[in-house]
Design a protein around this ligand. Structure first.
Ligand code: NDP
Ligand code: MG
Length: 382
């Protein structure tokens, strides 16, 4: 029996993880969870899974919970102790956004198995987290579907030595067939209406702008330790093929499934043997798969992501923070959809020295970038 600590348990990846855990309750025990404010979902999880430890980052939420019986935690130091608790075997990092960075850094030094969904932590702090994980023999298994697909396509090979190219597929989101200039007046509800995936709001907007694919390019560069030029971003609207690895002998291996996050999570949770879950089979006779190029009018954002991949350091922190402020501003109806790109372009700054990479310096650069991005938002709204 493996004890699982699920960070971001009340979210969409949290839900999918709980589904896989409950379908395999002879193999996995939910020992602890973390979340921010969603108290009603937290109560449901407590009644269904009885985790021993519950960490709520939000103080008010914590105070409300502490009237109930249970081991409720709120301090950062308590989350650190929980991540490093020797009874925890597997840590699922499924908090959204930059707020997951600190926990991901602690998990990286735990020497345990980490299942990583929180791509922003790798984008913002890849040059910090990956070396820590390597030094401590921490195994990072991606559950972002494309990266899990690449991981599966690479298994049984000589690392990445024989890889010629990796295609990361993108659904393209709801607006893939429109130009950015036609997207000025799309509503938040339209942007949140993803054709294939049901996800948290931040990643759904990232998917609609295609910034998600750019974050994933950076995530892949770090997780597979390959130069950005190995990766190609290709739009595949059906989200059935999650990525493709082409080897130097001309073979291309892909991983396919319905767009359902329980599939990569089940793979990542499995050990030597695969674990069983309920899933919708692919009906190959009715599949109609298509592919198209990454849209030209969104190439500038891909170029920035490639620059982040090449130079690393704080560049990912800046790219991520600019995007988080832009997305938040769109979700609050402060800026139009097309202005998300403008906020990133005007905030991104590649003139920053990236020595002294620590969690503190990354936090500092994140904060400064948020202030700059906020000023850009204000200049757009005024
Ligand atoms: P959600 O918004 O659905 O859930 C986010 C989770 O993080 C919630 O449990 C939330 O708590 C918690 N959280 C948010 N802010 C904080 C904070 N400051 N401190 C502590 N906890 C916090 O996101 P998703 O599940 O969609 O995504 C999670 C991560 O996985 C993201 O990085 C995303 O990019 C990635 N991902 C998601 C996919 C998906 O299908 N959803 C696919 C691939 C990757 P509360 O509910 O209380 O606010
Ligand atoms: Mg993905």
């Amino acid at each position: 029996m493996k004890n699982i600590l699920l960070l971001g348990a009340t979210g969409s990846i949290g839900d999918s993880s709980l589904s896989v855990i409950s379908q395999n309750n002879d193999l996995f025990n939910l020992i602890g969870i973390s979340f921010n404010k969603n108290i009603s979902r937290c109560e449901e999880i407590i009644s269904n899974f009885s985790p021993e430890y519950i960490h709520a980052s939000d103080k008010e939420t914590f105070l409300k919970l502490s009237n109930m019986s249970g081991n409720f935690l709120n301090e950062d130091s308590e989350l650190e102790e929980l991540i490093l608790n020797e009874r925890v075997d597997i840590i699922i990092c499924a908090t959204s956004g930059f707020s997951g960075l600190k926990a991901a850094c602690i998990a990286a030094r735990s020497g345990k198995k980490i299942l990583l969904a929180n791509k922003e932590s790798i984008v913002a702090g890849g040059d910090l987290i990956l070396p820590i994980a390597k030094k401590n023999n921490t195994q990072i298994i991606p559950i972002d579907s494309e990266h899990n697909a690449i991981f599966q396509c690479l298994s049984g090979e000589r690392g990445t030595d024989d890889v010629q190219k990796i295609i990361i597929t993108a659904s393209g989101g709801p607006f893939i067939n429109s130009s950015v200039i036609d997207l000025k007046n799309v509503t938040v509800a339209e942007a949140l209406n993803h054709p294939n995936w049901n996800m948290g709001s931040k990643v759904t907007i990232d998917s609609a702008t295609l910034v998600n694919k750019c974050l994933e390019l950076i995530e892949a560069r770090y997780l597979f330790d390959l130069d950005e030029k190995y990766f190609e971003l290709v739009v595949h609207p059906q989200s059935i093929i999650h990525s493709v690895v082409t080897y130097i002998d001309g073979s291309s291996i892909c991983q396919m499934s319905q767009p359902d996050m329980t599939v990569p999570i089940a793979h990542a949770l499995s050990g030597e043997n695969r674990i069983s879950i309920d899933f919708n089979s692919l009906d190959f006779t009715s599949l109609n798969l298509s592919f198209q190029e990454f849209p030209q009018d969104r190439m500038e954002i891909q170029d920035i992501a490639r620059e982040v991949c090449r130079n690393g350091g704080f560049l990912g922190t800046i790219f991520n923070a600019a995007n988080e402020i832009a997305v938040e501003s769109f979700l609050k109806n402060r800026i139009n959809f097309d202005k998300i790109y403008e906020v990133i372009y005007r905030t991104f700054n590649n003139n920053i020295m990236s020595n002294d990479l620590t969690i503190e310096s990354i936090n500092e650069v994140d904060q400064q970038t948020r202030i700059r991005a906020e000023k850009v938002v204000e200049s757009i709204t005024n």
